[in-house]
Design a protein around this ligand. Structure first.
Ligand code: NZQ
Ligand code: ZN
Length: 384
């Protein structure tokens, strides 16, 4: 097992009716900015519950943080936040609202141009405290210090981290997910699944507990996915398990002492930047192709995962590995998500643009930092 440090200060407030705890969690003397997306919270009752709790607090609202939160939108919130001397941020919605809010929290105290912080995260030396009411289980943003910010003008999408961007608290009420369209649930399950394998499907380092925790998340997703996708009426326990899987997959717990990959995410972010494809869809496209290209490097863990999660135990290692990749891909398909770029009518020129970007940036990805632009080209060709 590798050496590691672990830190996670986010308080999770989980369960039915837990938005009613907001009042006691918010700082009484703060000037609060509440941030939202495009309005889903107004149709599913979340907004009413939040507003009820905000009675007596000094707050303003900012609406319109879109999926893959855009710098162009966020700078408007930053300007208002500076002018109104906001001292606390509350994000209400999905991962995009929360990610956007993490960026706002770092940019309000920053004097220079906000984009500097994305180019160089270490410039974000101060952040305004923030919290969330999370309505979409997927990103894990509710219990981590990461965000992903897009810029329309330059077709860019970058990760953004600061040591103090963890939400102070996150309220997770599984009932708020009942209004999610099946497509968003499918993308959320895939995002959670791929977060888990980014920290698991590398090479063995005798991190026995980490392996079992990661496999536990993968197995749980596998066990609940049919009910999750096919239920005519959402089931509270299924939603609760889904929500907790999403949080646990990217809050640092399964990252203790293990190597990490993240190449699928980095390639997926570029796909979104150039095509607008939803994050979970890009992962479903890239991951099976990445596994095929990196099969030899990942063989030991691939066989372990195949045996423990999909009970694939018969055949040569090569046969079992291929069966395991096929099973993973068909799992994504079973959620209603197609796994090839051509299924989404993406032009092949997008592959060239992405490969060119990796070449320019000289990025080397993966747990062994051996996924350069040549390998990215192979993966995207395979994914087409
Ligand atoms: O904008 P509204 O109207 O609220 O609608 C949203 C949006 O259209 C809707 N939605 C959210 N909760 C709902 C709901 N609709 C009905 N009922 C509900 N309860 O869903 C749509 C998608 O929302 P979004 O927030 O974009 O989805 P998600 O949570 O999947 O976030 C995606 C973003 O997170 C980034 C992705 O790259 C992408 O930009 N990621 C963030 C990470 C992190 N912070 O750690 C890690 C991830 O790997 C990921 O990259
Ligand atoms: Zn993700």
């Amino acid at each position: 097992m590798y050496n590691f440090e672990f830190y996670n200060p986010t308080k999770l407030v989980f369960g039915k009716g837990s938005i009613a705890k907001l009042k006691e969690l918010l700082p009484a003397d703060a000037k609060i900015m509440v941030t939202y997306g495009g309005g889903s919270v107004k149709t599913n009752g979340v907004y009413e519950q939040v507003i009820e709790q905000l009675k007596g607090f000094d707050y303003i609202e900012f609406w319109g943080i879109e999926p893959n939160p855009k710098y162009e939108t966020l700078i408007k919130a930053i300007e208002i936040g500076k002018k109104e001397k906001v001292t606390f941020l509350l994000a209400v919605g999905g991962g995009s609202v929360l990610d956007g809010t993490k960026f706002i929290s770092a940019a309000i105290p920053y004097e220079g141009e906000s984009w500097d912080l994305i180019k160089d995260n270490s410039k974000a030396v101060s952040t305004i405290p923030l919290a969330s009411v999370m309505t979409l289980p997927a990103t894990g943003s509710e219990m981590n210090n990461g965000a992903v910010i897009s810029r329309l003008e330059t077709e860019e999408k970058f990760a953004f981290f600061t040591p103090t961007s963890f939400p102070q608290f996150s309220i997770l009420d599984p009932e708020t997910t009942y209004s999610l369209p099946a497509f968003q649930v499918a993308c959320g399950v895939i995002d959670t699944f791929v977060h888990t394998v980014e920290q698991y499907m590398t090479f063995p380092v005798e991190a026995l507990l980490m392996d079992r925790w990661a496999e536990g998340i993968l197995q749980t997703l596998k066990d609940i996915s049919d009910t999750l996708m096919k239920e005519d009426k959402p089931d509270y326990e299924t939603r609760s398990n889904y929500m907790l899987c999403a949080t646990m997959a990217l809050n640092g717990f399964i990252a203790m002492g293990v190597p990490q990959d993240w190449a699928t995410h980095m390639i997926g972010h570029e796909l979104t930047a150039f095509t607008g494809l939803t994050h979970g869809v890009t992962l479903a496209i890239v991951y099976p192709a990445l596994l095929r290209v990196m099969k030899e490097e990942k063989m030991d863990k691939l066989l372990q995962y195949g045996a423990r999660v999909w009970q694939i135990t018969i055949g040569t290692p090569e046969e079992r590995a291929e069966q395991t990749i096929m099973r993973t891909e068909s799992f994504f398909n079973s959620l209603g998500i197609a796994t090839h770029l051509s299924d989404y009518h993406v032009d092949r020129t997008v592959i060239d643009k992405i490969v060119e970007r990796f070449k320019e940036r000289k990025w080397k990805l993966g747990e062994k930092q051996n996924i350069d632009y040549h390998v990215v080209a192979k993966i995207l060709d395979m994914a087409y």
